[in-house]
Each structure stands twice: as C-alpha cells, then as structure tokens.
Design a protein around this ligand. Structure first.
Ligand code: BGP
Length: 478
C-alpha cells in the first residue's frame, strides 16, 4: 500500500532502547546474587564465541548512573531492561535478597528522575540454577508458582513506578535453543521435553499476567516474541505451503496461545501424530484463555525464506557465531520446511537478512491476526564497529538500518497498526550471548573485547546523535 502522506508518529510514542541483565550487568556473584543457568552454561567449552561470559559484561551494575545519564542526554522516553531473578531470590525462591532489589530500585528511581519510563522484563533467560537443579526448571510445574511469586515481589515493590512489564523474553528462542539446538541452557536435545517445557512456560506467562490483573497493578503487561515473517522462495505451491508451515510452527504456535489460549490446529495434529503433545491438565487451557496480554511485544531482526523440505531433507544446520559472512549452514525441519537464502536482501556479517519491509509485514500480520497494540521491544543491527583515534565511531550503516526500519514502522502506522513504541537493541554495546563482544549493537560504544576488559570506557557513536535528533522531532524527519 502506498500512502500519499505518512501519518505522524503518535505524540506519546515511546522512543526507547533495550538491554538484558546478563548481557550488561556483570557483578555476577556480587551482593548476594545466586548463580543462574547462564553463569554456568558459558563455562562449558565451545559454547560461546572465544569462551566469552557475562562475569563483568559492560559493568552496568556499577556504572548504571553513568549509563542513565547518557540515556537522558540522548532523550530516551523509555528504557527496557531485565531483572536478574537471581539477584532478587538467589535460590529462585525463599528469602528475598534486599540488596538485589535495591539495585533495581535505584536504577528505576534514576530513570524516573530523568523522565525515562522504565520498562521491565521479568525474564530474559537467566533462570536460577537452583531451580534447574531442584526440579528441571521449565520442565516442572513447580516453576509456575515460583515464577509467579518472584513476579509478585517486583509488581508490589515497583507498582506505580513501572508501567510497562514484559513477561517472558522470546519464549520461542530460549525453548528451541535450550531443548533442541543445545546452544542455550539447559543444553538438551529432546523434542518431547521441549514441547513439555514450552507448555509450562505458556502457563507461567499466563499465571503472571493473571496475577498482575488480580493485584490491580497499574500499567500494561505482555510477552516479547521473536518474530520475523516467513516468505516462500517462489510461487511454487509446495514452497508456499512450506512457508505456511514455518509460520504455524515458528510463530502461531506461540502467539496464538498468548492471545487466544489455543494451539494452532495443524501443529497440534502434528504433535499428536509424532507422539509429542505436552501433558495438558484440567484448567490449563482455561488459564491460558483468560490471560490475554495488553500488547504483543515484538523483537524483530530479520525475515526467513522457505522452501519445500521432504521427510529425509535438511535438519539442524549451523548458526554463524563468528562474524564470518556466509558461514551459516542451511537448516530446516524435515517434512515441513527448510530455510534458504533470500536473493533480494543484503545480509549482515552474521548472515542476518536486512529487511525493513519485513518489519512492516510483521506489524500488519500481528495486528490483523491478534488485534492487539504492538510494542517493538527489540530491533537493531549487530555489526563490527571501529573506535577511531579521535574517539569517534562512524556507524552510518546502523543509522541507515534504523532509519529504514523507522520508515517501515511509520508506514505500518499509516496502514492503521497501533504501535506503542520502539526499543532499539541496544543502548550500549553488550555481550552477545553466543557471539562475544565483537558483534556490537549499541548507540554507545564500550571499549572492551573478548580478551581484554580494558577500562570499559563509554563513547558515543554517530548513531547516538542521530537518534537523539529523531526523538527530538518525534520522528518527523526520517
Ligand atoms: C534477541 C535477544 C537479545 C539479543 C538479540 C541479538 O534474540 O532477546 O538478548 O541478544 O537477540 O542477538 P545476538 O546477540 O545473537 O546477535
């Protein structure tokens, strides 16, 4: 759809940026914090790029005031960050660690003092190791109560101060990577266990939203989902069907549950045929149906192209975690689809498609199917950046990336989609889970690399000033 004129961004549009606890905080064992599954997973040889971990990360734990001052200087309207469950409850349940709560209270107060809306993610993958040990984490229903108690502590403490809450970050990613691809904890490859853990994660999400409503916490709550539209490689009906499969298995399988409390028909049939259905108890579907989120959180990075894949076709491939362009190995789900390269899009050095139009398509698909406002909780470009001798960083490629994605959002808004806000990934450079420190996303460069923490100095990139101007003009000049 072409528009003669684009509609302006809403007056109260949330111009933001995002992060996650494990990727920025460091201080992994300070002030009473317990170990998380990520604290241990990164120590398994060969799992992360050059064995990097978040022990120190970018030391946000000790430098949060400096970081918030930079956010204020840029003019951010919102900052999305996650709480490390293990700071609040070192063992996942039991005694509250007041020092951990204080860290987040101070951060939240600092943000509010600078007129930045705090947006809190309850869970960005760093499950307490104690709960993984006690009952297998998401594989046991015990987590529903423990997670809900943990969330309740935060709801009560920060009610009124925090108005935007994200329940689970990218359930699809942490489940698939944790229970199939083995590049996230708990490092399992077992389809039955994967679908079981996923169902329980759905119940966790619904239980937390239900609690939020019961407690009458002012504000909005919803999950953040990693979605990129699936395309077909061409108009061969077999390939179109493969793309439909990829949408059902890769997106509807989660978002339908969040919004309707129902699994998609075809996926459920496939689970039954393959003896993979999770255990569904009385009351489960009822809980799911009644926990409708206020918004759909969208983490958008790229789209995927699909082609037909027979039963003896392509399976697990290989992800590019080295930044060597072209090192991704094709992957797929035999009998359903395989992912192939898109001849029309540019790729990053980590082989991610750059597709701003895909964001517009994502927003329209979600708005039409789910009829919820959308909060873009992540979008950004991971690239190599160079710190020049005069301490500048010219990341014009990042400016262009974000600019094009903002145009796509503006187009979607003009199409009638209700977009509440846009958080770039990320505010400062940070640890990329599997890709070390060389894959940078921030507006603020952090001077460290895989081998040397150096002094962790902060430097503003060209994109910092550019986004500052965009915010000032409420997106008028994109
Ligand atoms: C999302 C995660 C983020 C972040 C981002 C970039 O999936 O929610 O935590 O890591 O992707 O991904 P990567 O670090 O792999 O480049």
């Amino acid at each position: 759809m072409y528009h003669v004129e684009r509609k302006p961004f809403p007056k109260d549009f949330l111009w933001g940026s995002a992060s996650a606890a494990y990727q920025i905080e460091g201080a992994w064992d300070k002030d009473g914090k317990g170990p998380s599954i990520w604290d241990n997973f990164v120590r398994i040889e060969g799992k992360t790029f050059k064995g990097t971990n978040g022990d120190v990360a970018v030391d946000h734990y000790h430098r949060f005031k400096e970081d918030v001052a930079l956010m204020a200087e840029q003019g951010l309207k919102t900052y999305r960050f996650s709480v490390a469950w293990t700071r609040i409850l070192p063992n996942g349940r039991g005694e509250v660690n007041e020092k951990g709560l204080m860290f987040y209270e101070n951060l939240i107060d600092e943000l509010i003092a600078h007129k930045i809306e705090p947006m809190v993610t309850l869970y960005h993958w760093d499950l307490p190791q104690a709960l993984q040990n006690a009952y297998g984490g998401f594989e046991s229903r015990e987590i529903i109560e423990d997670f809900t108690n943990y969330a309740t502590i935060l709801f009560k403490r920060f009610a009124g101060k925090v108005k935007y809450w994200v329940t689970l970050n990218e359930q699809n990613i942490f489940i698939i990577h944790g229970y199939k691809l083995q590049n996230h904890p708990p490092n399992v490859n077992n389809a039955k266990r994967m679908f079981q853990a996923n169902h329980i994660a759905n119940l966790v999400n619904a239980s937390v939203i239900t609690k939020f409503r019961e407690l009458n916490i002012p504000g909005l709550i919803g999950p953040s989902f990693a979605y990129g539209p699936n395309y077909s490689i061409d108009s061969n009906p077999k390939n179109v069907l493969a793309a439909e499969n990829a949408e059902d298995f890769g997106a509807h399988f989660w978002m339908d549950v969040y919004r309707f409390g129902e699994y998609p028909i075809m996926v459920w049939q496939w689970l039954k045929d393959n003896n993979l259905t999770p255990e569904v108890l009385d009351g489960d579907m009822d809980l799911l149906k009644h926990a409708i989120p206020d918004f759909m959180g969208l983490n958008y990075y790229r789209t995927t192209v699909n082609a037909d894949n027979p039963l003896d076709g392509v399976g697990l491939g290989k992800i590019n975690t080295t930044g060597v362009k072209g090192s991704t190995v094709e992957s797929g789900e035999p009998g359903l689809y395989k992912h192939v390269s898109n001849p029309y899009t540019d790729k990053t050095n980590w082989d991610w498609d750059i597709d701003p139009t895909g964001l517009r398509i994502a927003l329209r698909r979600i708005a039409s199917r789910y009829r919820l406002p959308i909060l873009i909780t992540e979008n950004g470009l991971g690239e190599y950046d160079k710190l020049n001798d005069d301490c500048t960083i010219d990341d014009s490629y990042r400016i262009e990336y974000i600019r094009q994605h903002l145009v796509a959002i503006n187009d979607a808004i003009s199409d009638g989609v209700n977009v509440l806000g846009y958080c770039t990934w990320s505010f400062t450079d940070l640890l990329s889970w599997l890709n070390g420190y060389q894959k940078r996303y921030g507006f603020v460069y952090i001077d460290r690399d895989e081998l040397d923490e150096k002094e962790l100095k902060r430097y503003k990139k060209a994109s910092f000033y550019w986004y500052q101007q965009i915010i000032k003009e409420n997106g008028k000049q994109i």
